[in-house]
Ligand binder design. Structure first.
Ligand code: G3H
Ligand code: 13P
Ligand code: ZN
Length: 315
């Protein structure tokens, strides 16, 4: 079994009205927790790596561990660059064996985003690698770039069509009200589903049938994980994510990839905190990292089953 691109995954997800989970990875425990969960649910999955994860773990280690996870589980896995900031990083991971890349030029002026994305698409497509790009600005923090909610802008549907046409990107991340991190809403959670539908319809009318849309900042900020963190010494206050019903609704529309990092972080931290609090005399990392890995696995199993709907997508 080798790594795959997202092309087939997204076709099946669009037709089947479900989404593939894209989970951020930084170390072995996360890779094992996610892929073992996907195996249990017979689901494909995307493992994604941010620029800071590349710096933390080294792409060579991540690629080797992901290859090992594919050999262990036999499931379809795409290894994806998350929020690639520049051409050099894209090139580095493609050369290291990643099968999918995101180039995030959303903070550039439109024409500059188009030009830079075209350069990435050319390099990737010549090597059989797929490209995700982003249009519109999400609020929140990612890789040291902070966008406050006043500067977040939703994706313009006509611009989305123009962007896809001119760049040839394989999937598009859009801004409809999600945001990165654990504090997504102060008031009532709200996503602009009408905008999502308009974008899909306009793409369809322009000849981009069943075009895969990506939702970033889509952690539900699992209340059980937050509660466990706080019970064992954490101070995570006022955290709020995207309600599961909204994620299910998006997955039933054109959203084929749903990104989650915060939920993994919370589950991992909850496991470590609980283990350390309950066994203060213990100092074997396999104890606390083992519980963290178990909690990641059970979180991802329930995401696949109850939220994404990708159970048995390996059939
Ligand atoms: O969208 C960003 C991801 O949550 C990655 O975060 O840059 O801290 O690894 P990171
Ligand atoms: P969350 O912060 O909601 O987990 O989003 C992660 C993400 O979009 C990674 O690209
Ligand atoms: Zn993101």
């Amino acid at each position: 079994m080798a790594l795959v691109t997202t092309t087939e995954m997204f076709k099946k997800a669009f037709d089947g009205k479900y989404a593939i989970g894209a989970f951020n990875i930084n170390d072995m425990e996360i890779i094992q927790g996610v892929t073992r969960a996907a195996k249990v649910q017979n689901s494909a999955c995307i493992l994604q790596v941010s620029k800071s994860a590349l710096k933390y773990a080294n792409p060579l280690y991540l690629k080797a561990m992901v290859d090992a996870a594919v050999a262990e589980t036999g499931i379809d896995v795409a290894l994806h660059l998350d929020h690639g900031p520049d051409f050099e990083t894209v090139k580095e991971v493609i050369d290291a064996g990643f099968t999918s890349v995101m180039f995030d030029g959303s903070h550039y002026e439109y024409e500059e985003n188009v030009a830079k994305t075209i350069e990435v698409v050319k390099y990737a497509h010549e090597r059989g690698i797929v490209v995700e790009a982003e249009l519109g600005k999400l609020a929140g923090v990612e890789d040291d770039v902070k966008v406050d909610s006043a500067n977040a802008t939703y994706t313009d549907p006509d611009q989305a069509v123009d962007f896809v046409k001119r760049t040839g990107v394989d999937s598009l991340a859009i801004a409809i009200g999600t945001s990165h991190g654990a504090y997504k809403f102060k008031g009532e959670p709200k996503l602009d589903f009408d905008r999502l539908e308009t974008i899909t319809n306009k793409l369809e009318a322009a000849g981009f049938s069943k075009y895969p849309i990506v939702l970033h900042g889509a952690s539900s900020v699992d209340p059980a994980s937050v509660e466990m963190c706080n019970k064992y010494g954490g101070e995570i206050k006022g955290a709020r994510g995207i309600p599961n019903e909204m994620l299910r609704k998006a997955a039933g529309m054109a959203v084929c990839k749903i990104n989650m990092d915060t939920d993994i972080r919370l589950a991992m931290t909850a496991g470590i905190r609980k283990s350390m609090a309950e066994k203060p005399e213990a100092f074997d990392p396999r104890g606390y990292l083992g519980l963290a890995r178990e909690l990641i696995q059970s979180l991802v199993e329930s995401k696949i089953k109850d939220v994404l709907g990708s159970v048995d997508s390996m059939k």
